[in-house]
Design a protein around this ligand. Structure first.
Ligand code: UN1
Length: 481
């Protein structure tokens, strides 16, 4: 595989991908590593995570720069992504002393029921190009705390980030006498991913990527009764009410839509503005858009890096063409940069468009386009905006801007937003690690990172123990001969 720098189009490196035999061997080694690692006490596993955290923090700047170089996001976001890995390690260190089961009251005298979590086995992580470090971090930290072996198949276009991370982690494992296959890496494309997903030696598959691929991953894992965590497309909306503080809302929408060049699962793709503030909002937002110049993501002060690949540029151009051909009003943007700083880089103009109809049933509103395109519609009542927000297949993130408690109550209640992340006066992207991260509906219902996500990385047993000299049956059943 070839790693290409999206800023310059230059080849950064060539990386070997795993042959089917090598993949098979890696999975076998992971199983062996698991049978060893599951016996290491959880707090000891936490201590190893603490050392991984330190090793990552020591390389935060370098690794963040590598993310910028290979993925294309700006440096502060590259470093932020490494910070997200550091944060989840901290979380998992604590978790390693708190992965508690429960004691349940039994209906039978002298009996007790324990709900016991044990290490699960081998966890496969298939991650996407847009977060080449953090998403693996969420999974590795929880999986390692839980006593599993993890096998990572990163995006074929960001192999260098995954090699760098794996080297950092393996150094720590080695220092502690832990087999390296507790955190192994296989590079490769579709075939490698497919073989991993279909392997009966993998208990849990955690997949981040498109709805299209996620659908076949979900089916393949269900087919063999494996466990799966899916983190698929987002089509995230921000809704701005007349009482919103626009000086907060406008920069937040700007970051949500233009940050990471629109390539977060959580990027803001839809903007619903109350009629009374729509003109002012758009005028001020366009000013911010016009201040953005494309540049080298490694240079301080750059806000807009390139898209990740030429394929991404194609997706952007097709979406713009579709907007134009259906009569959308393109307020700003809509082109590839003719005079980009690096002629072979994948730079596109962040775009604001008003589609010809606000009705959510068209292709434009229903589809996640992984590029900086923000579609705008104007509403009169909050209920209408909530209906538009919910009326798409995806359900990852959403955000409401208001100062009115009554709006807030509607938004987070039963008739409110149906997404997995529901924010108020906070943009759609940039979630912290402490809460569960993931989305509903076609986003796949998966949850990673904080909250109760760790519970998926263990196998649960309900253990009924009889301490008494009698052996009564439950429900009072009488079965005496
Ligand atoms: C993703 O885009 O796949 O909430 C992950 C955010 C980041 C993670 C995004 N913490 O935007």
């Amino acid at each position: 595989m070839t790693s290409i720098c999206p800023t310059t189009g230059e080849e950064l490196a060539r990386v070997l991908s795993a042959s089917p035999a090598e993949l098979h061997e890696a999975v076998e080694r992971s199983r062996e590593a698991y049978t060893h690692f599951r016996n290491v006490p959880a707090p000891r596993r936490g201590e190893i995570l603490r050392q991984i955290r330190e090793a990552l923090a020591a390389k935060r700047e370098d690794l963040g720069a590598l993310v910028s170089l290979e993925m294309g996001k700006i440096r502060t976001e590259g470093v932020g992504e490494v910070q997200e890995f550091v944060d989840i390690c901290d979380y998992a260190v604590g978790l390693s002393r708190m992965m508690n089961g429960r004691v349940v009251a039994s209906e039978r005298p002298g009996h007790s029921i324990l709900e016991v979590p044990n290490p699960l086995g081998v966890v496969a992580v298939l991650s996407a190009f847009n977060f080449p470090v953090a998403v693996y971090g969420w999974n590795l930290a929880l999986s390692l705390a839980a006593g599993n072996a993890t096998i990572w198949k990163p995006s074929p276009t960001t192999p260098l980030c995954s090699i760098a991370v794996t080297k950092i982690v393996s150094g720590v494992l080695e220092n502690n006498g832990i087999p390296g296959a507790v955190a192994s890496l296989v590079t490769g494309g579709k075939e490698t991913g497919k073989a991993l997903v279909e392997s009966r030696d993998v208990e849990l598959v955690s997949f981040t990527g498109s709805e299209h691929v996620g659908r076949s991953v979900g089916k393949a894992v269900a087919e063999r009764f494996g466990k799966v965590i899916l983190e698929l497309g987002g089509n995230n909306a921000s809704i701005v009410m007349p009482d919103a503080d626009l000086s907060l809302a406008i920069p937040a929408v700007f970051f949500g839509a233009v940050g990471t060049a629109g390539q977060r699962c959580t990027s803001t793709r839809r903007l619903y503005l109350h009629r009374s503030i729509s003109s002012e909002f758009l005028e001020r937002l366009q000013k911010l858009y016009q201040s953005v110049n494309p540049g080298d993501p490694l240079v301080d002060g750059t806000l807009l890096g390139p898209l990740h690949s030429s394929a991404a540029c194609g997706i952007y151009s097709n979406a713009i063409e579709h907007l134009r051909s259906t009569g959308a009003n393109i307020l700003t943007g809509g082109n590839k940069y003719g005079q980009a700083p690096f002629s072979r880089g994948y730079f596109v103009e962040p775009t604001i468009a008003i589609p010809s109809s606000p009705k959510p049933d068209s292709y434009i509103w229903q589809t996640e386009t992984f590029a900086p395109i923000l579609n705008v519609a104007v509403f009169d009542e909050l209920e209408q905006a909530i209906e538009w927000n919910n009326n798409v297949p995806q359900g990852l993130s959403s955000s409401l801007w208001t100062r009115d408690l009554r709006n807030l109550g509607k938004w987070i209640g039963p008739a409110g937003s149906d997404t997995g992340i529901v924010n108020v006066n906070v943009g759609t992207s940039g979630a912290e690690i402490g809460a569960a991260f993931g989305g509903n509906k076609s986003t796949g219902w998966g949850r990673e990172s904080g909250g109760d996500s760790w519970k998926q990385y263990v196998r649960w047993s309900a253990c009924t123990i009889n301490f008494s000299d009698e052996a009564p049956l439950a429900q009072g059943v009488n079965f005496k001969a």
